[in-house]
Write a protein that binds this ligand. Structure first.
Ligand code: OSB
Ligand code: MG
Length: 371
């Protein structure tokens, strides 16, 4: 398989409701959607998880667009993929570009998706997936009202979500978590701080130990694996790393240092599927719990995350909620829905092309670049 053409579409998709985290508010989903066309021709798709502002990490939609068009696409023309093993060469070719994992992931995953279409193999099977159905959790943004939060979470629990993740920051942590714990004593509950704390806040975070959280996600700064290890030594609650993990090598370092017990894997954050499989294997070998996170993906990224979650080492429900969590209308048809409350089935899809809703893509498209 060779790639003859790359089409980059930029879409603006309305979110159902603004999503608030410790780093800011998202109103609209700014999507870079990549399509790679092969000789046959078949098309592979993937979306970039970079956001408009550099608050989650330093990449943005604009930097990703620049890196993809100026540095990554030129590397693709010389490549050829004939076997599943060849899919690891994309990641290798991209190594000359430092970091920019979100930009790399978009193109790398589009190549995997094209390979699935070209050789008519389910993407989940290509990745090494075994599960037919996966459990799902939900991520809840920062709220101002406790009663509204309780109502909202009650609604999610009723819908069947298998666990609830609450975004926290100093001033919005113990009180809402404690309220959720007393309202839902047996709920799998976790907190995501998106790096809003410092090691000096250890005592404040230690208070959360009494709430039986399944984990606390990314309490400290992204580059600070060392202090996460020091914090983990003080906490009973397992630490989960999200922003700190950009590569398999980061997972190895975190495991060696005892910086966490859980990994939130987002293929779009670590440079794509090949790196994700390696991370999965390291987690299995080191006894780290693993789940698949999300970045408000459209159905295309969602289907890819679900396919990845079908690998055996994903031990906990992910943030791979159905399409209607964020979008009134998704760009895939049918949208992602529960197979039964709290679960999603793994579609044996030979590339997401089968489920693309072109009318929705056209409706939300703001620009298009052809390479
Ligand atoms: O920290 O996990 C995060 C969304 C965007 C960026 C970072 C994060 C999130 C979420 C929502 O928590 C996950 C989702 O439902 O897609
Ligand atoms: Mg997170």
């Amino acid at each position: 398989m060779r790639v003859m053409k790359v089409i980059v579409r930029r879409l603006a998709m309305k979110l159902r409701q603004p999503f608030v985290t410790s780093y800011g508010v998202e109103q609209e989903k700014d999507v870079l959607l990549l399509e790679v066309q092969t000789e046959t021709p078949k098309s592979g798709f993937a979306e970039c998880v970079a956001m408009p502002s550099p608050y989650y990490n330093e990449e943005t939609t604009e930097t990703a667009l620049y890196i993809i068009s100026k540095f990554l696409i030129p590397l693709i023309w010389r490549m050829e993929w004939q076997s599943r093993e060849d899919l690891w060469t994309t990641r290798f070719a991209f190594r000359s570009v430092r970091h920019h994992e979100m930009a790399k992931a978009a193109l790398e995953m589009a190549v995997w998706d094209a390979f699935a279409a070209e050789y008519q193999q389910p993407i989940s099977q290509l990745l090494g997936g075994v599960k037919k159905e996966i459990p799902v959790g939900i991520s809840v943004g920062i709220e101002t009202s406790l009663s509204h939060l309780l109502k909202q979470v009650g609604n999610y629990v009723e819908q069947g979500y298998q666990r609830v993740k609450l975004k926290i920051q100093p001033g919005w942590d113990y009180v809402p978590l404690q309220a959720l714990r007393s309202a839902f004593p047996r709920l799998q509950l976790l907190a995501d701080a998106n790096s809003a704390y410092r090691l000096e806040d250890a005592e404040q975070l230690k208070q959360l130990d009494s709430l039986g959280l399944v984990m606390i996600e990314q309490p400290l700064e992204p580059d600070d694996i060392l202090h996460h290890a020091q914090l983990q030594a003080k906490l009973d609650t397992p630490i989960c790393l999200d922003e700190s993990i950009r590569s398999a090598s980061d997972v190895k370092k975190a495991a060696e240092m005892g910086a966490c017990k859980v990994i939130n894997l987002k293929p779009g954050r670590v440079g794509g599927f090949a790196e994700s499989i390696e991370i999965h294997n390291i987690c299995v070998d080191n006894g780290l719990e693993l789940w698949c996170g999300g970045m408000f993906e459209t159905g295309i990224g969602r289907l890819h995350n679900i396919a990845l979650t079908s690998l055996p080492g994903f031990t906990l429900p992910g943030d791979t909620s159905p399409s209607d969590r964020y979008f009134e209308r998704d760009i895939i048809n049918p949208p992602v829905v529960f197979s039964r409350p709290g679960f999603l089935s793994v579609d044996p899809l030979v590339g997401v092309q089968e489920r693309i809703d072109w009318s929705e893509i056209e409706r939300s498209q703001v620009s298009k670049y052809v390479f």
